[in-house]
Design a protein around this ligand. Structure first.
Ligand SMILES: *Cc1c(COP(=O)(O)O)cnc(C)c1O
Length: 372
């Protein structure tokens, strides 16, 4: 746990990660998708929750296969989980093959040059090292084309190493009726059939919650494990992250005075304003702030929902606590931005973004605690 050197006393925010909720969410998804196997996607520092503590908790919940984006993440994970199967999604960067081999990591190969790079390395070290094949079915991000996949399957293009997995990624899984989703499913079915002895994987969280047809052999949920919304029409699982922010001061503001940068917010009544010790440098989006023209996110202070007022600063933000009893809020107290009914979805909505971005932006200056 790399960030727990920031003590609660000195921190502007306290980030609490509920590993029991993470385990429960994983177990719930794994049960829903059975008999397909359930992997865990832990890229982006496990969506901001801490790669090693979170992946270890998911291992305890039965996860054996993990996906990360980068080789560095994979090496960190390997040190913590010696027996896990670890896939690296972002492809094979030149000259990294030996790192994969040494740490027993599996690259997800998404282009013919990457396949050639892995084949040449296997020949050089005279070992048959497994790799995954990513086939693009319409996302146009990573992956060989379906035509290239057919050539590989039918031997016109040599592979030269064992395939651990054939996979593709859905572009619109959160919109189940999007025509691209049906087309991707159909195309991936045809491709998976060309590799009958290789495990197949298509679904992210949203796909895992769609019809069983999307599940194939292995599903790859990320956001749902973390309690975020994969689809707006499916209720999220248990929240896993709680964020409390330190109240630095409570100030009195006269009616007509403005609050914060740009004088963007005007007090409409004599107000008490709590100043909290976190801002956009801690991953709280500027769009979560408020002005005279638009309302922003809310914080929970002494059991009451209170609106953010004015712009979010780099290290501070303001909350209108006029409706909280004066005796119930003081400097040194904590206000809650996530938790006590304030959801990731609420904050993402007010910030015009997605749960993913809120989680993966969570700041590095918080005191982080993992509860078991
Ligand atoms: C990030 C990612 C996932 C997980 O997606 P969620 O929407 O978070 O479930 C699965 N597969 C690939 C290829 C990804 O990049």
């Amino acid at each position: 746990m790399s960030d727990d050197d920031i003590s609660q006393a000195e921190a502007g925010g306290l980030l609490t990660i509920d590993l029991a909720a993470l385990r429960a969410n994983f177990a719930e998804i794994a049960q829903r998708v059975a008999p397909a196997a359930c992997a865990a996607v832990v890229k982006g520092d496990a969506y901001g929750t801490g790669l090693v503590p979170t992946a270890s908790a998911l291992w305890d919940a039965g996860a054996r296969t993990f996906f990360v984006a980068l080789l560095g993440e994979a090496r960190t994970l390997r040190a913590a989980l010696p027996d896990a199967e670890i896939f690296v999604l972002n492809g094979l960067f030149p000259g990294t093959q030996e790192i994969y081999r040494e740490a027993r990591l599996t690259p997800v190969l998404g282009s013919l040059p990457e396949i050639e790079g892995w084949r040449a390395f296997c020949a050089e070290v005279d070992e048959l090292l497994p790799a995954a094949l990513h086939v693009d079915t319409g996302m146009n991000r990573l992956g060989v084309s379906p035509a290239e996949a057919i050539n590989l399957a039918e031997g016109r293009e040599e592979i030269g190493f064992p395939l651990a997995l054939v996979m593709s990624h859905l572009a619109c899984a959160d919109e189940p009726d999007h025509p691209l989703t049906a087309q991707q499913l159909e195309d991936f079915r045809a491709i998976a059939a060309l590799f009958p002895d290789v495990r197949a994987s298509l679904a992210n969280s949203a796909g895992a919650m769609s019809s069983p047809a999307f599940r194939f052999d292995l599903v790859r949920p990320g956001i749902a494990v973390y309690g975020g919304r994969a689809r707006t029409d499916v209720a999220p699982l248990r929240p896993t992250v709680r964020l409390d922010l330190r109240i630095v001061q409570v100030r009195h503001v006269h009616e007509g005075q403005t609050i914060g940068y740009g004088a963007a917010h005007t007090a409409r009544r004599p107000s008490r304003i709590a100043i909290l010790s976190a801002g956009y440098a801690d991953g709280i989006p500027r769009l979560a702030g408020a002005s005279d023209l638009r309302s922003g996110a809310e914080a929970m202070v002494a059991g009451r929902r209170c609106p953010l007022v004015g712009r979010i600063s780099m290290d501070l933000l303001a909350v209108d606590v006029t409706d909280v009893l004066e005796d119930d809020v003081a400097a040194g107290d904590w206000a809650t931005l996530l938790g006590d009914g304030l959801t990731l979805g609420d904050l993402a909505h007010h910030s015009q973004t997605v749960d993913y971005e809120i989680l993966t932006s969570l700041g590095r200056r918080y005191c982080r605690r993992w509860t078991y």
